[in-house]
Design a binder for this molecule. Structure first.
Ligand SMILES: NC(=O)c1ccc[n+]([C@@H]2O[C@H](COP(=O)([O-])OP(=O)(O)OC[C@H]3O[C@@H](n4cnc5c(N)ncnc54)[C@H](OP(=O)(O)O)[C@@H]3O)[C@@H](O)[C@H]2O)c1
Length: 324
């Protein structure tokens, strides 16, 4: 039997239920799950604001780590028992999960199998937005908002490993110190200093070439202001709000590119391309130890409600996991 987390539609409460273990279709792996990563999207899905795509599992959970338990038709390169971490098509909050093989990655020997549950969503999101969309190059300056998030902690390390000069923002002095320890040249506590003024104080007014933003709201204008000529600005969320009054003049005068994306809405084929590029460009840094998942806390599956409340509380740095 499989244990999985169900959402009660009447009051959005969570419970651990049981059903039969699913079998992999063509192109899929069945994974005996070691751990699942929490994502902010799970909180939205639970509240009914982020319905899963029609062909996806209705069970929460976008990423897992574990061991390959069965292999669907047409899948090559995997053996039963292999250590794997994967972007699921939903269904990660369970002790058995399916994932497209094209979104499944080997877990390097240097990475703990449980901690690897914190990798897939961040690897795909960071690679797609910073490197495919924003085309970040070695030697460029990058500003990463929400640096203490699961996405931010991996983004800082990846940008640093690939030769960028990294700046970040977070909501406390402790978080900023952690981000500088991960490789940020400077992290700004947005509750105490204005990042636009702080960058100007460092002689970096108009000198940020790439910005990864999940904050939005009043950060949008400041992003336009700190951007260098030809800078690329990528939005992946709008935690402070989708609406803002913005003076767009810098877009013209500095020839900026302003873009954004969601990972889940992209096709299996697009994610397969991301996987190949992640293996080529980021895996050497996982193997060397320059890149690692930052794990804040691990909760047992039965404490899934407490785990989501911990994420909602916002004091974490890095990923929150569910242990099966
Ligand atoms: N578009 C995509 O494809 C995609 C994919 C994955 C994730 N995301 C988004 O990326 C974000 C990070 O995801 P996650 O799962 O890693 O979540 P997470 O760990 O909960 O991170 C959210 C971060 O937002 C910061 N934050 C919260 N309120 C803020 C505010 N008012 N002003 C500034 N910062 C604030 C928090 O840090 P502080 O304490 O520093 O405020 C926290 O580190 C989420 O918004 C998620 O929805 C998007």
């Amino acid at each position: 039997m499989r244990r999985y987390v169900a959402i009660n539609p009447a009051d959005q409460s969570l419970s651990v239920e049981r059903d039969t273990v699913p079998q992999p279709a063509a192109g899929e792996l069945l994974i005996e799950v070691c751990a699942a990563g929490l994502n902010r999207a799970d909180l939205l899905q639970r509240a009914g604001h982020y319905p899963p795509p029609e062909d996806a599992s209705p069970i929460m959970g976008l990423e897992v780590s574990g061991r390959v338990a069965a292999i669907g038709a047409g899948v090559e390169g995997w053996a039963v028992g292999d250590r794997v971490c994967a972007l699921t098509h939903g269904g990660g909050y369970a002790d058995w999960a399916l994932a497209p093989a094209s979104q499944s990655l080997p877990v390097p020997a240097s990475i703990d199998l449980e901690a690897a549950a914190g990798l897939p969503e961040a690897l795909f999101t960071v690679w797609h937005n910073l490197f495919q969309r924003a085309r970040l190059q070695a030697g460029e300056r990058v500003l990463i908002h929400g640096g203490a998030s699961g996405i931010g902690t991996l983004a800082i390390q990846a940008c640093r490993a690939l030769g960028a000069d990294v700046y970040s923002t977070a909501g406390s002095a402790e978080k900023c110190a952690a981000l500088e320890a991960l490789g940020a040249t400077r992290a700004f506590n947005y509750r105490e200093e204005d990042f636009e003024q702080a960058l100007a104080g460092l002689g970096l007014a108009n000198r940020i070439e790439v910005i990864l933003d999940m904050v939005g709201g009043d950060f949008i204008q400041k992003n336009f202001n700190v951007a260098a000529p030809e800078a690329r600005l990528v939005s992946i969320a709008f935690i402070r709000g989708f609406k803002a009054e913005v003076n767009f003049a810098p877009l013209l005068f500095k020839r900026l590119t302003f873009t954004g994306s969601t990972l889940r809405a992209q096709s299996f084929a697009q994610k397969a391309v991301m996987k190949e590029e992640i293996l080529q460009h980021l895996y050497p840094h996982l193997d060397s130890g320059a890149l690692r998942p930052v794990i804040d806390r691990v909760f047992p599956l039965e404490e899934v409600d407490a785990a989501q409340q911990w994420m909602q509380g916002g004091t974490h740095t890095g990923k929150i996991l569910l242990r099966m």
